[in-house]
Design a protein around this ligand. Structure first.
Ligand code: GAP
Length: 446
């Protein structure tokens, strides 16, 4: 548990406020598939944009890419996924439930005993996680394609295209955000592990002898990134993969873990993939994937340092981290989502104090003027206190209220979400005021 938050509370808040809905709910739902509602889609897009800016625009040596989800099936033979991308599965002979052996308590594995009913478990067998489908009208092996289980391979197979067209020189990176698919067996815990999800990956191509240096660099950068995203430091930690945990392509791997409501779990992986991927693609495609350094005329296959974050998993992290049930006094509590202002789904709530006396018209006009600068939300329904509370729950960092004084001096009340402090601001100065407040933002809790 973090912030005393349970997953059930979070799931119910997400449904109630329109962050995340169960997929196909009217048909009883599809397990492990989730839809992002009006607030959720804004939050997800804002996180994606934040990552994109941090990982491409703020670096002069990282470029972007958007590769297709379906790729030539040989890609997945070369990458090692056809052979190695498997989970060990066991079945209970009694209750027929299926489990990932590596996620079972040790005592159940040792005794081959079902964790649910105590029945006997089968021997473990390997199960490939890739989704298969067929391209074209005939469903046979010749038309088999996979839905990509990671976005990374789209980057590797385009390595030469990017080098030849973008004037990049090693060291440089290629970044990509997109959907990935895995036929996961253990999918509880809301949007933590789903069969369809989104990744934000950056592959950094380097000279082989510089791998330790760049690995440390990216480990550090990615930690700093989560700080900037507003995630509380004491909820983050590194976990180094032991020899038994390393993926088939990795020489060294560190996870950044977050303390979710169900405990510490991986949020992002940072991997030294060596020259494994480019060498394998050279071997399987017969194409030269080496890099020619123009100054030295040295030819080599670059090593790759990968930073691989889950976008949908970051949404869960941000939601878990933002949640606070705050006691105001003996009779009053509020739920407040402390999103960092740069990713909040709504930046600014705009309210008239009351609907009458022309205040609603002024508020609507102010809201329309601010739309171009910020994600705004106009609301005139119910008492002003209730409107503030609704925006606290949506994580809106600032609300402004147009009142009778506005008519006299063109000022509004601006209320901060975290401190609930109120200040007077001139209408014309709101955009500047908010930009400055965003920059100065530090999370405050009661
Ligand atoms: N390209 C390397 C790679 O895919 P990974 O550790 O398998 O590495 C990277 O995945 C990240 O993708 C994870 O840290 C997690 O955030 C996210 N991820 C992986 N599987 C996921 C799933 N089934 N559902 C949601 N996110 C997932």
């Amino acid at each position: 548990m973090s912030n005393g938050l349970t997953m059930d509370t979070l799931v119910s808040l997400c449904k109630r406020r329109g962050f995340v809905f169960q997929s196909s709910e009217i048909y009883g739902g599809l397990s492990s598939a989730w839809d992002y509602g009006p607030l959720g889609v804004e939050l997800k897009k804002n996180i994606q944009e934040f990552w994109w800016k941090e990982m491409t625009r703020l670096h002069d040596n990282i470029v972007g890419l958007d590769a297709a989800i379906m790729m030539h099936p040989r890609v997945w033979e070369a990458s090692g996924h056809v052979e190695n991308f498997t989970d060990p599965l066991v079945d209970c002979k009694n209750c027929k439930q299926r489990f990932r052996e590596d996620k079972l308590p040790e005592e159940n594995v040792a005794a081959k005993k079902c964790p649910e009913c105590g029945g006997p478990l089968t021997d473990s067998r390997r199960f490939n996680l890739m989704f298969k489908t067929f391209m074209g009208p005939i469903e046979d092996g010749g038309n088999l394609v996979y839905l990509r289980p990671e976005t990374a391979q789209g980057i590797y197979v385009n390595f030469k295209n990017v080098v030849q067209t973008s004037r990049v020189k090693i060291p440089f990176g290629i970044a990509q955000v997109g959907k990935a698919f895995r036929n996961e067996i253990t999918t509880k815990n809301f949007i933590f592990r789903t069969c369809e999800f989104e990744q934000m990956e950056m592959q950094f191509f380097i000279a082989p002898e510089e791998d330790d240096k760049w690995f440390e660099y990216w480990k550090n950068e990615r930690w700093e990134y989560y700080k900037k995203l507003g995630i509380r430091q004491d909820k983050l930690r590194f976990h180094q993969h032991g020899p038994g945990e390393l993926a088939h392509y990795a020489k060294v791997a560190f996870d950044i873990e977050y303390e979710f409501p169900m405990g510490w779990q991986e949020l992002e992986g940072i991997h030294n993939r060596t020259d494994y991927d480019l060498s394998r693609h050279a071997e399987f495609s017969g194409k030269d994937m080496a890099y020619l350094e123009d100054v030295t005329n040295k030819k080599f296959t670059p090593y790759i340092i990968e930073t691989s974050a889950g976008l949908t998993r970051t949404v869960l992290t941000v939601l878990s981290d933002a949640y606070e049930e705050q006691k105001i006094d003996d009779e009053d509590t509020r739920v407040v989502m402390h999103f960092h202002p740069s990713i909040a789904p709504v930046k600014l709530g705009v309210f008239p104090l009351v609907k009458k006396d022309g205040l609603a018209e002024i508020a609507q006009k102010v809201e329309e003027e601010l739309r171009g600068d910020f994600a705004t939300f106009y609301d005139h329904g119910g008492a002003i206190g209730r409107r503030y509370r609704r925006q606290d729950e949506a994580g809106t960092p600032y609300c402004i209220t147009i009142d009778y004084q506005t008519k006299d001096d063109n000022t509004v009340t601006l209320r901060y979400r975290d401190s609930m402090e109120q200040v007077r601001v001139k209408i014309a100065e709101i955009p500047d005021f908010i930009r400055k407040a965003d920059k100065a933002y530090r999370r405050e809790e009661k």
